[in-house]
Every structure is written in structure tokens, then in C-alpha cells.
Design a protein around this ligand. Structure first.
Ligand SMILES: [Zn+2]
Length: 479
């Protein structure tokens, strides 16, 4: 009988006979430098487990595979030999804790689950128009003012009371340590120069107009972006990044760069003056020059910047300067960047934006997506990320509803060779593991919602967009 494992290992060979893997089984661990990075060999025979690993991360993943084996049939299984290693280096998931806040305990449940399916990156979206969630000592108003919004009106969610949350430094360190123990790198995201209403609410001098800014209370794309002509803006961002670099030990810092309207820059004398410094009067390019300077600043500090694909607008950023995260890109500039020798992370909107309804993004669609399909050189793809934005997700059960099982589908794409993947087989394995997965403190939507009939899919999509249609059509109305 085949053993259900997610993600599917690269090679499994079943051998005659059975073993029982429980506390009485024998365990042997040994280091084998010939095993690929993060890989392991696992042999089960005669009620004994033999694990060979190339590094500590490989040893950890062998243990995670063993946990799944032990969870099924009381550990009774066919004798076998597994040879396993990850397909991709970057196997991530992103949680937006700015639109809605999630506690350290809730995040730990997700992180633990993610480690169990061999993900190794937690991209932590900490700042946005609707809230600033990380304390910055040099600019305390970011937390004091930027973390509070008066009400919350996202689509059909309508909450009249004040919404006010910020992690403490201790909590952030706790998450970093928790991830480290599970071989997960935390990538903090400080979004700029757009999605910055929470910065401007606290420090209005950094906006293009002399006006009172507010932390936004609803979803959308807002014109209230940082003034890049203001000489105070860059040092302010550098102060923030200095503290972020000290706090987060990983090598990547995400600097956002998505959805930045140019409306204010076009009318701002300081911004119009600034663009001339770059020997152009094309204000469209202002963002890319800024991102380039911030990326260089991070490089000097030994970090690598990641930014969303809109940062490529104007063709300023070059391969080697920054890593681009592709999400929605009608001009395919992210893939062009990869094909010119740049490095990208693929978070394709139509497949890996897991906050969207199952009617729009069924599990099979996520599972069968081929993230390399538009990339010539596989080495240009650092990996993939499944993203969960939380405009319409306000609590942990909402996270579960959208994240599971699609995160498992993405995890298998990140780990398993494409030739070995099969959706039907994935579904069967998942359902055998469902109880085990749910014992981790999460809930998973029933199988009949994974892949609905067309009419039901349409209804699901309409239901999702009904509450939010006005914000899509009039993004900046009344703001
Ligand atoms: Zn300006």
C-alpha cells in the first residue's frame, strides 16, 4: 500500500515486507555529504528507520516525512526507500498582517504547518495603507498613530470600532526564533512608496500635499503615496530599514513597490524637480529610481531587496540589483527580467493569490500551474510564494478557509519534480492526511468545494466580488 505524503518525495521505492514505526522502532541517523542541500534518504525495514542527511535542514525534513508516515495506520507501513530533496530554493507563503492582524499564536500554527509541508519562507506583510504593525524606535508615531484606524469597512465587513494592533519587538523576535527552529526564513515587507497611508497619517510631512492624512479604513489603491521629491523621505525610510535589518537576521528584505499611482507626483513641484536629477522628465520612472537607491542601500548593509513587479516600470532596475516578485503583470516585465538574467519569485495572481475564491482559483488550478512556463532559464526562478491578503479575511477561520488545501498544492509544486506530480493522486493523498493536518489546529474546506461545477464557481466569484465591486471601480473615491 502506498503511503500518502505531501509534498511527494522525489523517489520512493517500496520493498517487500512491512514495518511498524512507533516509539519501539529503531532509529539511526547519519550524515552523508553526498546528499543534495536540504535533502535526505529515509529507509524503513525491519521496524527500523535509517536516515541519512546532508545538512541539518535535510535531517529536519526527514523527520517531517516520518511524522506523516507515523500519522497513518498507527505507523504500520510498507518497507521503503525514499530519496528526497527540494526542487526549488524558495518555497514561501505570505500573510498580510496589516489589513487584519493575526496574533503570534495564530501565526505559529501556520508556521508549524508550513514547516510540515517543507516550506522555508514566511513573507510577513507588516505595513500597508490600513495599518502599520511593527515598532520602529526612531519613529515611534508609526506605531502610535499608524497602527490605528477608526473603523473597518472592507467589502461587506463593517466594523464601527477602532482597530489598533502592533506587534512588540519581543513578539517579532519570538516569531523569528520559532521560524528559525523550523528552517524558515522570515522576510519582512515594508511597503513603499505606495500603500503608505499609515506612514503619512503619522508623518504627514512626507506626503506631496500639505494635508491631514488618515490610516485607511477600506481596501483599495490610494493616491496617498510618499513624496519622493522631499529630501526627508529617503533618510526616513533608511532609518526604518536600519532597524529592520538589525531585527531580521535573514538576507532578504521586501520593499514592496506595488500599486503606486503617480497622480500626486505629477502635480508636486518637489517630485517634478526630483525627476530632473535623473536626467529625465518622465515622472513614471520616479519609483524605479527610488527603489534602485533603496536596494543599493540594503546591499551595502549585506541584504538583498525584493520588490513587486511594478517596480520594473521604466526599465531602470537591472538584474543583480534586486529580486522581483511577479504577481500581476500585463506586460510580462517580470518574466522579461528573468529572461534577461534577473532572479524572480513567482506569485502569479491567477494561481497563488489564495485570498481569492475557490470559484476563481480552484485547487486544481493552483496545483497544475507551471511557474517556469514563461521562463527560459530555470535558474532565474528562485521559487514560488502563495500569498494571502486579508482585506476580506478578518479572523483565523477565514485564513483556514482560503489557505487550506491550496497551500499544500503550492508546496508540492515548490518541492516535487513536475513529472512526478498528479492532481488526482495529490487529492487522494491529501484526504488520507486530512485528519493529521487538522490535528495541527487548522481546518480544511470539504473536498466538494475544491473543484466546483461551472455554475457554482460563477456564483462563488460573484459572491466574493459583490461586496467589493465599488472599491474596484472607484479605487480612490472619498479618500
Ligand atoms: Zn512629491
Amino acid at each position: 500500500m502506498n503511503i500518502p505524503l505531501i509534498p511527494l518525495p522525489q523517489k520512493i521505492k517500496y520493498i517487500n515486507g512491512e514495518s511498524v514505526i512507533n516509539q519501539n522502532a529503531g532509529y539511526n541517523f547519519s550524515l552523508n555529504p553526498d546528499i543534495p542541500e536540504s535533502g535526505y534518504n529515509l529507509i524503513i525495514s525491519n521496524n527500523t528507520v535509517l536516515i541519512e542527511y546532508g545538512d541539518e535542514q535535510g535531517r529536519f525534513y526527514a523527520q517531517k516525512t516520518l511524522d506523516q508516515i507515523k500519522a497513518i495506520n498507527g505507523g504500520k507501513c510498507s518497507n521503503l526507500e525514499i530519496k528526497d530533496w527540494p526542487l526549488m530554493k524558495h518555497r514561501g507563503f505570505m500573510i498580510d498582517c496589516a489589513r487584519h492582524f493575526f496574533t503570534v499564536e495564530e501565526l505559529k500554527v501556520l508556521i508549524d504547518f508550513a514547516a510540515g509541508i517543507k516550506l522555508n519562507v514566511f513573507h510577513w506583510h507588516l505595513t500597508d495603507d490600513q495599518g502599520w504593525r511593527i515598532p520602529i524606535k526612531s519613529h515611534p508615531l508609526l506605531c502610535e498613530i499608524g497602527s490605528k484606524r477608526k473603523t473597518s469597512n472592507f467589502g461587506s465587513f463593517d466594523e464601527k470600532s477602532e482597530y489598533c494592533y502592533c506587534y512588540t519587538e519581543k513578539e517579532i523576535k519570538d516569531i523569528i526564533d520559532y521560524c528559525k527552529e523550523r528552517f524558515i526564513e522570515v522576510i519582512p515587507e515594508i511597503d513603499m512608496p505606495g500603500h503608505t497611508s499609515s506612514i503619512l497619517a503619522a508623518y504627514p510631512n512626507l506626503g506631496c500635499r500639505d494635508e491631514k492624512y488618515e490610516v485607511k479604513t477600506k481596501e483599495g489603491i490610494f493616491e496617498t503615496v510618499l513624496c519622493l521629491g522631499n529630501p526627508d523621505t529617503k533618510p526616513f525610510i533608511q532609518d526604518i530599514l536600519d532597524e529592520i535589518c538589525d531585527l531580521f537576521p535573514g538576507k532578504y528584505i521586501h520593499i514592496g513597490g506595488d500599486e503606486t499611482p503617480r497622480t500626486r507626483w505629477k502635480e508636486c513641484p518637489k517630485c517634478r524637480e526630483k525627476i530632473k536629477e535623473y536626467n529625465t522628465d518622465d515622472i513614471e520612472k520616479l519609483q524605479s529610481f527610488f527603489m534602485q537607491e533603496i536596494a543599493e542601500y540594503l546591499k551595502e548593509k549585506g541584504k538583498t531587496a525584493i520588490a513587486w513587479n511594478e517596480s520594473l516600470k521604466g526599465d531602470i532596475l537591472k538584474p543583480g540589483q534586486i529580486i522581483i516578485q511577479h504577481w500581476l503583470d500585463s506586460k510580462k516585465t517580470g518574466f522579461d527580467f528573468a529572461n534577461k538574467g534577473g532572479t524572480i519569485i513567482n506569485s502569479d495572481f491567477y494561481h497563488y493569490y489564495l485570498d481569492y475564491p475557490y470559484g476563481m482559483t480552484p485547487v486544481k488550478k493552483t496545483y497544475n500551474y507551471r511557474p517556469l512556463s514563461k521562463i527560459k532559464n530555470p535558474d532565474s526562478l528562485l521559487g514560488i510564494e502563495a500569498n494571502l491578503w486579508t482585506e476580506y479575511i478578518q479572523d483565523f477561520s477565514g485564513i483556514c478557509q482560503k489557505l487550506f488545501p491550496r497551500i499544500c498544492a503550492a508546496a508540492e509544486t515548490a518541492w516535487t519534480a513536475p513529472a512526478n506530480k498528479n492532481y488526482k493522486d495529490f487529492v487522494a493523498r491529501h484526504e488520507e492526511l486530512r485528519c493529521y493536518f487538522e490535528s495541527k489546529g487548522i481546518s480544511i474546506i470539504p473536498l466538494n468545494q475544491w473543484q466546483m461545477p461551472p455554475i457554482q464557481r460563477l456564483a462563488d466569484i460573484l459572491k466574493f466580488f459583490k461586496g467589493s465591486i465599488s472599491s474596484f471601480v472607484f479605487p480612490d473615491k472619498n479618500n
